[in-house]
Design a binder for this molecule. Structure first.
Ligand SMILES: Cc1cc2nc3c(=O)[nH]c(=O)nc-3n(C[C@H](O)[C@H](O)[C@H](O)COP(=O)(O)O)c2cc1C
Length: 180
């Protein structure tokens, strides 16, 4: 099989985002793969802008990358009990492009957040958002990294053995799902 293409989507645009770090850890644990993190720093969706100037090039490029991916990894932070607006905005814009890059695509969802639940509520909401796009959404192991500011070392590696083990299991399942 050709080297799998993985695309990551981080729900946080912060330069030192823990969700971006978690995605990089997931890609590392997946093993041999081409990994690309999607740029989702899109303008806010506004139907008037779409009518006047069409879908922004950055959105079209993101949709192309998604369509070409063998699997997609999404890590969301939790803002006020849900996924970030940045992530929802990206899903909304991408849904405006013709075709559906998510259809039957293996997708894993994870989260890292400061709170004790590690973004679990945001993940539940995010899974609901994704359902309409009909991906092959893996159900677990569920990864929600709590107190995320304490869970990565100076090399941006996950410290907790349980997180590493379960994320590795999730990546093994993803690899099998891609080969399906
Ligand atoms: C507007 C806002 C709302 C937040 N709400 C929550 C929340 O509901 N639950 C939680 O665990 N953390 C919450 N946090 C803290 C985030 O989990 C924390 O900032 C986290 O590090 C963000 O992820 P990142 O490192 O990938 O940017 C909130 C942070 C912000 C800025």
């Amino acid at each position: 099989m050709a080297t799998p293409k993985l695309v990551g989507i981080s729900g946080s645009l912060r330069r030192t985002s823990h969700n971006t770090m978690l995605l990089a850890e997931a890609a590392r644990l997946f093993g041999d793969a081409e990994y690309h993190q999607l740029d989702i720093d899109f303008p806010l969706y506004n139907g008037d802008v779409e009518d006047a100037t069409g879908i922004p090039a950055v959105v079209k490029a993101a949709e192309r990358k998604l369509a070409q991916a063998d699997a997609v990894l999404i890590s969301t932070t939790e803002y006020n009990s849900g996924p970030s607006g940045v992530l929802k905005n990206a899903l909304d814009w991408i849904s405006r492009v013709e075709g559906n890059p998510w259809n039957d695509k293996p997708v894993v969802v994870m989260s890292a957040a400061a709170g004790r639940a590690g973004g679990e509520r945001a993940q539940v909401v995010l899974r609901g958002f994704l359902t309409a796009f009909r991906p092959r959404l893996l159900t677990g192991p569920q990864i929600h990294v709590a107190a995320c500011h304490e869970e990565f070392d100076e090399n941006e590696r996950l410290k907790g053995e349980i997180y590493v083990r379960e994320l590795g299991q999730l990546m093994d399942l993803l690899r099998k799902d891609i080969a399906r």
